[in-house]
Ligand binder design. Structure first.
Ligand code: 13P
Ligand code: SF4
Length: 302
């Protein structure tokens, strides 16, 4: 039996589903029941009725959200250390401190935060709906974090004043993309459409033909008549883009744009995780209750 056969056998035996982020390794994406962006994965986790176990092949904050939304299910993260550094950049103390200064300003948090931080916000957002979420809040100023580049994107699209929290939260992987590299690629692929994740710098956003979440990029490509795309987000998405669009060409805007945390998950670790039912992601109910509210408010928007 191959590892894939074993995983499929265990899935049936234990009544488990595998949810994987668009940045996961190709072999994990291929075995997953669902592959998507943060919002798609949270929604899929929330709607899961049958399974007893959700293996969440991604990073900590995504699996935590699944656990928050599914208190009755066992949520497993294949690799204990798969942590998003951006999510670690915002502490509860920092939110509390800012709330003292701006008691009437709502706090909108990107889902790339830990559940304990989400518990102190008014509403969550993802890269797919940050603009809609901030527009839905009935103030002209919002506290927004942790990603500074997404904050800038939101400010440009909504015209609202953003108080960033922390001062400059960022994704180390998305900072690797530089306009100069895209300009150089454009010499070889002059007709290529440039797709940029909003975690990229403002300079990258300025040269984008399309800005969106990972799954929004996938949907955009499917609808587009263009034949070539320069992609500015983590390299894992290339597998899905190529698989779903065999006639189109995809060029990564920076060759080594890898999220090491996402890539900690391997097929072997996923297998062990399912077999030994580890690493169980739990969020204490008092925290989960508040974080759930912030996530549910986001889902109520659409
Ligand atoms: P998406 O929601 O666009 O998939 O982004 C998640 C993420 O962590 C990007 O770095
Ligand atoms: Fe976090 Fe960046 Fe990795 Fe996304 S790509 S999980 S934001 S470190």
């Amino acid at each position: 039996m191959t590892l894939i056969d074993e995983i499929n056998r265990l899935k049936k035996e234990k009544n488990a589903v595998i949810l994987a982020h668009n940045y996961q390794r190709p072999e994990i994406q291929d075995i997953a029941d669902y592959v998507g962006d943060s919002i798609g994965l949270s929604r899929r986790a929330m709607e899961e009725k049958e399974a007893k176990i959700i293996v969440f092949s991604a990073v900590d904050f995504m699996a935590e959200s699944a656990a928050v939304l599914n208190p009755d299910k066992k949520v497993l993260l294949p690799t204990l250390g798969a942590r998003c550094p951006m999510a670690q950049m915002l502490t509860v103390d920092e939110i509390k401190r800012l709330k003292v200064h701006y008691p009437l300003v709502p706090v909108v948090l990107y889902v790339n935060t830990l559940a304990e931080a989400k518990a102190y916000c008014d509403i969550c957002c993802t890269s797919a709906n940050a603009v809609e979420v901030v527009n839905s809040v009935n103030t002209e100023t919002v506290i927004f974090g942790p990603d500074h580049n997404l904050a800038e994107h939101v400010h440009r699209k909504t015209g609202k004043t953003i108080i960033p929290i922390p001062e400059r939260g960022f994704c180390p992987t998305h900072l690797l993309f530089q306009p100069e590299d895209v300009q150089a690629l454009k010499m070889t692929y002059p007709d290529a459409v440039v797709m940029v994740h909003p975690e990229c710098t403002v300079e990258m956003q300025n040269i984008a033909d399309f800005i969106g979440s990972t799954s929004q990029m996938c949907r955009y490509v499917k609808k587009s008549d263009a034949k070539a795309f320069i992609v500015a987000t983590e390299e894992g998405i290339m597998h899905r883009l190529k698989k779903e669009n065999p006639g189109k060409q995809f060029i990564l805007a920076y060759e080594d744009a890898v999220c090491p945390n996402m890539k900690l998950n391997t097929l072997e670790r996923l297998y062990t995780s399912l077999k030994e039912e580890k690493h169980v992601v739990t969020v204490p109910e008092p925290v989960a209750k508040k974080a759930r509210k912030a996530l549910e408010r986001m889902f109520e928007l659409k």
